[in-house]
Ligand binder design. Structure first.
Ligand SMILES: [Zn+2]
Length: 207
């Protein structure tokens, strides 16, 4: 997705050099979301009713390439029973709540603003399209919102000690992203974080 850009940034940390190539990575994330959606659908509604597809339209930003058409919506379901009609939206590795940028971009750009040699906001804005205020909001999100979530309180103990530190999301990126093939580790990282993408996954009032 961003490999051409990273190839030209010589001073940049090696951890992003293997950012997955566009189409393969995007298809891979889509397939993970399809699996998550399938699992949710098989569980059915708590009332016992079957779940019908009722996707939410989306127009995600942040990709340097054209997105596959399946990126035009987030998977979601609705109970078929009258009087219930409960909405079930499975976790996602592509969409983070109501944020319009791709989940991976919210993680990556935030991580790139951290560490010993943070990337300049201007460069990140230019490349990913997110403005200064949006990037600043993402920093607050990782610094102040995520540590308060039930998700983080429960799962941080499962991570290596270095990844439990306060520098989110960079510590997570460093913990997950290694090995020759970056596609799967990115999938693992986003899947690990996916509980924060569903209703109740983030503190109320936050988007
Ligand atoms: Zn139901």
């Amino acid at each position: 997705m961003y490999s051409e850009w990273f190839d030209t940034t010589t001073e940049y940390s090696t951890m992003y050099h293997e950012w997955p190539r566009g189409a393969t990575f995007l298809s891979f994330l889509l397939s993970v979301d399809q699996d998550l959606a399938q699992s949710a659908r098989e569980k059915a509604c708590p009332c016992g009713g079957r779940l019908h597809r009722a996707n939410y339209p989306r127009k995600p930003r942040g990709s340097a390439e054209d997105l596959p058409k399946d990126y035009g919506y987030r998977f979601s379901f609705c109970c078929e029973r009258d009087g219930c009609r409960k909405r079930v939206t499975p976790p996602s590795v592509r969409f983070l709540g109501r944020k319009v940028y791709l989940f991976a971009v919210v993680v990556l750009v935030s991580a790139m603003r951290q560490g010993p040699s943070p990337r300049r906001v201007r460069d990140l804005s230019q490349f990913f399209g997110a403005d200064r205020r949006t990037i600043a909001r993402w920093q607050v999100f990782w610094r102040e919102q995520i540590p308060q979530t039930p998700f983080w309180k429960i799962t941080r103990g499962r991570l290596p000690a270095t990844a439990q530190s306060s520098i989110l999301p960079r510590s997570l990126v460093e913990a997950f992203l290694h090995g020759a093939d970056p596609c799967r580790p990115w999938g693992d990282l986003l899947r690990f974080l996916s509980p924060i993408t569903i209703t109740g996954g983030l503190p109320s009032g936050f988007s």
